[in-house]
Design a protein around this ligand. Structure first.
Ligand code: SF4
Length: 66
């Protein structure tokens, strides 16, 4: 999935740099404790799949939690 997301980001001229494993785990834990995370794995605020979104350096939580 990351490869496809990387291609879409590159096509849009956005960076594809990834965060460290430790930072990724912290982001995911924050989402797992957040009431905005839906059972589907999407954030109900931005609609993104957090397991994909949290990998990227250039992404951030829409509520400023990470
Ligand atoms: S991205 Fe932010 S608002 Fe969305 S589920 Fe994660 S912590 Fe919650």
């Amino acid at each position: 999935m990351s490869l496809l997301i990387d291609l879409v980001k590159k096509a849009k001229g956005k960076p594809t740099d990834k965060v460290s494993d430790a930072l990724y785990r912290r982001r995911i834990l924050t989402c797992q404790l957040c009431p905005k995370l839906m059972i589907t794995g999407n954030c109900s605020v931005c609609g993104c799949f957090v397991k994909d979104k949290a990998k990227y350096v250039g992404e951030s939580c829409p509520l400023g939690k990470w």
